[in-house]
Design a protein around this ligand. Structure first.
Ligand code: SF4
Length: 316
Protein backbone atom coordinates (compact mmCIF):
# COMPACT_ATOMS: atom_id res chain seq x y z
CA UNK A 1 0.00 0.00 0.00
CA UNK A 2 1.56 3.28 -1.14
CA UNK A 3 0.06 6.65 -0.20
CA UNK A 4 0.83 10.27 -1.04
CA UNK A 5 0.33 13.12 1.42
CA UNK A 6 -0.24 16.60 0.02
CA UNK A 7 1.60 18.66 2.60
CA UNK A 8 1.00 22.42 2.55
CA UNK A 9 3.11 23.53 5.53
CA UNK A 10 -0.17 24.22 7.31
CA UNK A 11 -0.95 22.65 10.67
CA UNK A 12 -3.70 20.34 9.43
CA UNK A 13 -1.70 18.71 6.65
CA UNK A 14 1.23 18.38 9.07
CA UNK A 15 -0.96 16.29 11.38
CA UNK A 16 -2.47 14.38 8.41
CA UNK A 17 1.07 13.29 7.42
CA UNK A 18 1.78 12.17 10.98
CA UNK A 19 -1.43 10.10 11.10
CA UNK A 20 -0.67 8.57 7.69
CA UNK A 21 2.81 7.50 8.81
CA UNK A 22 1.37 6.00 11.98
CA UNK A 23 -1.16 4.00 9.99
CA UNK A 24 0.80 2.93 6.88
CA UNK A 25 4.43 3.12 8.04
CA UNK A 26 7.00 5.71 6.94
CA UNK A 27 8.28 3.53 4.08
CA UNK A 28 4.83 3.52 2.44
CA UNK A 29 4.17 7.24 2.65
CA UNK A 30 5.46 9.94 0.29
CA UNK A 31 5.06 13.53 1.47
CA UNK A 32 4.88 16.24 -1.19
CA UNK A 33 5.15 19.98 -0.74
CA UNK A 34 4.63 22.47 -3.57
CA UNK A 35 6.85 25.52 -3.32
CA UNK A 36 5.22 28.63 -4.75
CA UNK A 37 8.14 31.05 -4.42
CA UNK A 38 6.23 33.32 -2.03
CA UNK A 39 6.08 31.29 1.16
CA UNK A 40 7.48 32.69 4.40
CA UNK A 41 11.13 31.83 5.00
CA UNK A 42 10.20 30.18 8.30
CA UNK A 43 8.74 27.31 6.27
CA UNK A 44 12.29 25.97 5.92
CA UNK A 45 12.48 25.61 9.71
CA UNK A 46 9.01 24.05 9.81
CA UNK A 47 9.86 21.53 7.08
CA UNK A 48 13.08 20.55 8.84
CA UNK A 49 11.39 20.03 12.21
CA UNK A 50 8.51 18.06 10.72
CA UNK A 51 10.94 15.83 8.85
CA UNK A 52 12.63 15.06 12.16
CA UNK A 53 9.28 14.33 13.77
CA UNK A 54 8.13 12.03 10.96
CA UNK A 55 11.55 10.42 10.44
CA UNK A 56 10.82 10.99 6.79
CA UNK A 57 11.95 13.32 4.00
CA UNK A 58 9.47 15.85 2.55
CA UNK A 59 9.80 16.14 -1.24
CA UNK A 60 9.61 19.68 -2.60
CA UNK A 61 8.35 20.35 -6.11
CA UNK A 62 8.17 23.70 -7.87
CA UNK A 63 6.77 24.76 -11.23
CA UNK A 64 9.89 26.15 -12.89
CA UNK A 65 7.92 28.15 -15.46
CA UNK A 66 6.85 30.67 -12.82
CA UNK A 67 8.81 32.43 -10.09
CA UNK A 68 5.88 33.07 -7.76
CA UNK A 69 2.10 33.83 -7.75
CA UNK A 70 2.62 37.40 -8.98
CA UNK A 71 4.59 36.03 -11.92
CA UNK A 72 1.69 33.64 -12.70
CA UNK A 73 -0.89 36.44 -12.53
CA UNK A 74 1.27 38.72 -14.68
CA UNK A 75 1.95 36.13 -17.37
CA UNK A 76 -1.66 34.93 -17.50
CA UNK A 77 -3.05 38.46 -17.11
CA UNK A 78 -5.51 37.10 -14.57
CA UNK A 79 -5.68 37.74 -10.81
CA UNK A 80 -8.55 35.59 -9.58
CA UNK A 81 -12.28 35.02 -9.79
CA UNK A 82 -14.73 34.23 -7.02
CA UNK A 83 -13.87 30.51 -6.97
CA UNK A 84 -10.62 30.23 -8.85
CA UNK A 85 -7.06 31.56 -8.58
CA UNK A 86 -4.65 30.81 -11.45
CA UNK A 87 -1.69 30.68 -9.06
CA UNK A 88 -3.25 27.82 -7.07
CA UNK A 89 -4.01 26.03 -10.29
CA UNK A 90 -0.58 26.41 -11.85
CA UNK A 91 1.64 26.19 -8.77
CA UNK A 92 -0.23 23.54 -6.82
CA UNK A 93 -2.89 21.63 -8.75
CA UNK A 94 -0.79 21.20 -11.89
CA UNK A 95 2.09 19.99 -9.74
CA UNK A 96 -0.19 17.43 -8.09
CA UNK A 97 -1.21 16.19 -11.52
CA UNK A 98 2.48 16.01 -12.46
CA UNK A 99 3.23 13.84 -9.43
CA UNK A 100 0.19 11.66 -10.15
CA UNK A 101 1.48 11.11 -13.68
CA UNK A 102 4.90 9.95 -12.54
CA UNK A 103 4.08 8.02 -9.36
CA UNK A 104 1.42 5.54 -8.55
CA UNK A 105 -0.47 5.62 -5.25
CA UNK A 106 -3.28 3.59 -3.74
CA UNK A 107 -4.52 6.59 -1.77
CA UNK A 108 -3.99 10.32 -1.56
CA UNK A 109 -4.13 11.99 1.85
CA UNK A 110 -5.65 15.43 2.38
CA UNK A 111 -5.52 17.58 5.52
CA UNK A 112 -9.12 18.79 5.60
CA UNK A 113 -10.11 19.54 9.16
CA UNK A 114 -13.15 18.37 11.08
CA UNK A 115 -15.48 20.95 12.66
CA UNK A 116 -15.71 23.42 9.78
CA UNK A 117 -18.70 22.69 7.57
CA UNK A 118 -17.09 24.36 4.56
CA UNK A 119 -14.07 22.08 4.85
CA UNK A 120 -16.31 19.03 5.11
CA UNK A 121 -18.19 20.20 2.06
CA UNK A 122 -14.96 20.69 0.11
CA UNK A 123 -13.89 17.18 1.04
CA UNK A 124 -17.20 15.75 -0.18
CA UNK A 125 -17.08 17.67 -3.47
CA UNK A 126 -13.46 16.71 -4.09
CA UNK A 127 -14.12 13.04 -3.38
CA UNK A 128 -17.11 12.97 -5.72
CA UNK A 129 -15.28 14.71 -8.55
CA UNK A 130 -11.92 12.91 -8.13
CA UNK A 131 -12.83 9.41 -7.05
CA UNK A 132 -9.83 8.04 -8.99
CA UNK A 133 -7.49 9.50 -6.33
CA UNK A 134 -9.00 7.28 -3.59
CA UNK A 135 -8.74 10.23 -1.23
CA UNK A 136 -8.48 9.84 2.53
CA UNK A 137 -9.16 12.53 5.11
CA UNK A 138 -7.61 11.38 8.39
CA UNK A 139 -8.49 14.52 10.35
CA UNK A 140 -12.16 14.20 9.44
CA UNK A 141 -12.11 10.48 10.26
CA UNK A 142 -10.48 11.18 13.63
CA UNK A 143 -12.64 14.28 14.24
CA UNK A 144 -9.64 16.58 14.63
CA UNK A 145 -10.28 20.30 14.19
CA UNK A 146 -7.66 22.92 13.36
CA UNK A 147 -7.21 24.12 16.97
CA UNK A 148 -6.78 20.49 18.05
CA UNK A 149 -4.23 19.94 15.27
CA UNK A 150 -2.36 22.98 16.51
CA UNK A 151 -2.38 21.59 20.03
CA UNK A 152 -0.95 18.24 18.85
CA UNK A 153 1.74 20.02 16.87
CA UNK A 154 2.91 22.30 19.65
CA UNK A 155 2.39 20.10 22.69
CA UNK A 156 2.83 16.58 21.49
CA UNK A 157 5.40 17.12 18.72
CA UNK A 158 6.89 20.24 20.34
CA UNK A 159 7.03 22.03 16.97
CA UNK A 160 6.31 25.73 16.93
CA UNK A 161 3.51 26.72 14.56
CA UNK A 162 4.67 28.28 11.24
CA UNK A 163 5.47 31.98 11.39
CA UNK A 164 2.45 33.03 9.29
CA UNK A 165 0.14 31.87 12.11
CA UNK A 166 2.32 33.65 14.66
CA UNK A 167 1.98 36.85 12.63
CA UNK A 168 -1.81 36.59 12.89
CA UNK A 169 -2.78 34.93 9.59
CA UNK A 170 -5.38 32.17 9.52
CA UNK A 171 -3.46 30.00 7.02
CA UNK A 172 0.12 29.47 5.97
CA UNK A 173 -0.59 30.81 2.49
CA UNK A 174 1.82 32.80 0.33
CA UNK A 175 2.68 36.35 1.28
CA UNK A 176 0.00 38.62 -0.19
CA UNK A 177 -2.42 35.97 -1.38
CA UNK A 178 -5.16 37.48 -3.61
CA UNK A 179 -7.79 35.40 -1.78
CA UNK A 180 -7.68 37.61 1.33
CA UNK A 181 -10.02 40.22 2.75
CA UNK A 182 -9.50 43.85 3.80
CA UNK A 183 -7.91 43.06 7.18
CA UNK A 184 -5.62 40.54 5.52
CA UNK A 185 -4.47 43.00 2.84
CA UNK A 186 -3.77 45.72 5.38
CA UNK A 187 -1.68 43.31 7.45
CA UNK A 188 0.23 42.30 4.31
CA UNK A 189 0.87 45.97 3.51
CA UNK A 190 2.47 46.28 6.96
CA UNK A 191 4.48 43.06 6.84
CA UNK A 192 5.17 42.35 3.17
CA UNK A 193 5.20 45.77 1.51
CA UNK A 194 7.03 44.76 -1.73
CA UNK A 195 4.50 41.96 -2.36
CA UNK A 196 1.60 44.29 -1.58
CA UNK A 197 2.91 47.00 -3.93
CA UNK A 198 3.58 44.54 -6.73
CA UNK A 199 0.01 43.19 -6.47
CA UNK A 200 -1.45 46.71 -6.36
CA UNK A 201 0.46 47.58 -9.53
CA UNK A 202 -0.68 44.39 -11.20
CA UNK A 203 -4.32 45.17 -10.39
CA UNK A 204 -4.11 48.36 -12.45
CA UNK A 205 -2.51 46.53 -15.38
CA UNK A 206 -5.04 43.69 -15.40
CA UNK A 207 -7.98 45.95 -14.51
CA UNK A 208 -9.26 43.64 -11.79
CA UNK A 209 -9.08 43.95 -8.00
CA UNK A 210 -8.33 41.33 -5.36
CA UNK A 211 -10.91 42.90 -3.03
CA UNK A 212 -14.52 43.85 -3.58
CA UNK A 213 -17.21 45.11 -1.27
CA UNK A 214 -19.92 42.75 -0.10
CA UNK A 215 -22.49 41.54 -2.57
CA UNK A 216 -25.88 43.03 -1.85
CA UNK A 217 -28.89 41.01 -2.78
CA UNK A 218 -30.80 42.55 -5.66
CA UNK A 219 -33.68 40.12 -5.84
CA UNK A 220 -37.09 41.71 -6.45
CA UNK A 221 -38.14 40.60 -2.96
CA UNK A 222 -35.19 42.42 -1.39
CA UNK A 223 -35.82 45.55 -3.45
CA UNK A 224 -39.48 45.49 -2.57
CA UNK A 225 -38.72 45.52 1.16
CA UNK A 226 -35.85 47.99 0.79
CA UNK A 227 -37.80 50.55 -1.20
CA UNK A 228 -40.81 50.29 1.07
CA UNK A 229 -38.67 50.94 4.11
CA UNK A 230 -36.64 53.72 2.50
CA UNK A 231 -39.63 55.60 1.16
CA UNK A 232 -41.98 54.64 3.96
CA UNK A 233 -44.71 53.54 1.62
CA UNK A 234 -47.34 50.84 1.83
CA UNK A 235 -46.78 47.47 0.13
CA UNK A 236 -47.31 47.37 -3.59
CA UNK A 237 -50.09 45.17 -4.87
CA UNK A 238 -48.74 41.74 -5.70
CA UNK A 239 -49.00 42.01 -9.47
CA UNK A 240 -46.45 44.17 -11.17
CA UNK A 241 -44.28 44.32 -8.06
CA UNK A 242 -41.06 43.96 -9.98
CA UNK A 243 -41.71 46.90 -12.26
CA UNK A 244 -42.83 49.20 -9.47
CA UNK A 245 -39.82 48.24 -7.37
CA UNK A 246 -37.34 49.06 -10.10
CA UNK A 247 -39.02 52.38 -10.79
CA UNK A 248 -38.97 53.26 -7.11
CA UNK A 249 -35.35 52.11 -6.76
CA UNK A 250 -34.38 54.63 -9.41
CA UNK A 251 -35.97 57.37 -7.36
CA UNK A 252 -33.82 56.57 -4.33
CA UNK A 253 -31.02 58.96 -3.40
CA UNK A 254 -27.72 58.08 -5.12
CA UNK A 255 -25.68 56.34 -2.37
CA UNK A 256 -28.52 53.95 -1.65
CA UNK A 257 -28.94 53.15 -5.32
CA UNK A 258 -25.20 52.37 -5.51
CA UNK A 259 -25.64 49.76 -2.80
CA UNK A 260 -28.23 47.98 -4.84
CA UNK A 261 -25.90 47.40 -7.76
CA UNK A 262 -23.86 44.58 -6.24
CA UNK A 263 -20.10 44.32 -5.68
CA UNK A 264 -17.77 47.26 -6.02
CA UNK A 265 -14.05 46.99 -6.76
CA UNK A 266 -11.64 48.22 -4.10
CA UNK A 267 -8.17 48.90 -5.52
CA UNK A 268 -5.29 48.01 -3.23
CA UNK A 269 -3.54 51.33 -3.85
CA UNK A 270 -6.69 53.10 -2.62
CA UNK A 271 -7.40 50.76 0.28
CA UNK A 272 -8.07 52.62 3.53
CA UNK A 273 -5.40 51.47 6.06
CA UNK A 274 -8.12 51.26 8.72
CA UNK A 275 -10.44 49.11 6.68
CA UNK A 276 -11.08 45.74 8.31
CA UNK A 277 -9.42 47.02 11.50
CA UNK A 278 -11.75 45.02 13.74
CA UNK A 279 -11.74 41.91 11.60
CA UNK A 280 -9.47 38.86 11.53
CA UNK A 281 -6.91 38.76 8.67
CA UNK A 282 -8.56 35.81 6.94
CA UNK A 283 -7.55 34.16 3.66
CA UNK A 284 -9.23 31.27 1.95
CA UNK A 285 -7.40 27.98 2.27
CA UNK A 286 -5.22 27.29 -0.75
CA UNK A 287 -4.49 23.75 -1.78
CA UNK A 288 -4.02 21.16 -4.44
CA UNK A 289 -7.76 20.87 -5.18
CA UNK A 290 -8.21 24.17 -7.02
CA UNK A 291 -11.24 24.43 -9.33
CA UNK A 292 -13.31 21.76 -7.55
CA UNK A 293 -16.87 22.59 -8.45
CA UNK A 294 -19.87 23.39 -6.24
CA UNK A 295 -17.76 24.07 -3.13
CA UNK A 296 -19.90 27.15 -2.54
CA UNK A 297 -23.04 25.01 -2.16
CA UNK A 298 -23.13 23.15 1.12
CA UNK A 299 -24.12 19.53 0.60
CA UNK A 300 -26.55 18.21 3.21
CA UNK A 301 -24.15 15.31 3.85
CA UNK A 302 -21.66 17.83 5.28
CA UNK A 303 -24.13 18.43 8.13
CA UNK A 304 -24.39 14.68 8.68
CA UNK A 305 -20.59 14.36 8.79
CA UNK A 306 -20.46 17.15 11.31
CA UNK A 307 -23.10 15.57 13.54
CA UNK A 308 -21.47 12.13 13.28
CA UNK A 309 -24.37 10.51 11.39
CA UNK A 310 -22.09 9.78 8.44
CA UNK A 311 -18.43 9.02 7.77
CA UNK A 312 -16.27 9.99 4.82
CA UNK A 313 -16.17 6.35 3.70
CA UNK A 314 -19.96 6.54 3.14
CA UNK A 315 -19.52 9.28 0.52
CA UNK A 316 -19.32 8.06 -3.08
S1 SF4 B 1 -1.69 30.73 -1.32
FE1 SF4 B 1 -2.68 32.36 -2.47
S2 SF4 B 1 -1.02 33.27 -3.65
FE2 SF4 B 1 -0.30 31.27 -2.98
S3 SF4 B 1 -0.80 29.88 -4.64
FE3 SF4 B 1 -2.50 29.85 -3.20
S4 SF4 B 1 -3.97 31.36 -3.98
FE4 SF4 B 1 -2.00 31.75 -4.96
Amino acid sequence: MKVAVWWSAGVTSAIAAHLAIKKYGAENVDIWFFETGAHHKDNERFIRECEQWYGKHISIVQNRLYKNPIDVMTKLNYIKSAYYAPCTDVLKKEMRLYVEEHYSYDHQIFGFEFGDIKELNRAIRFKEQNAYTNPLFPLIDEKISKPQALWILENSAQIKRPMMYQLGFSNNNCKMCPKGGFAYFNLCRKLFKPFFDATAKLERIVGYTCATTKLYSITPKFLFKYVRKAKNIKPFPKRGVEKSVWISAKLLPRPKRERLKGRKKVWLDELDPNRGRNMKPITAECGVICATEFTEFIDERAEKLLSGQMKMEDIW
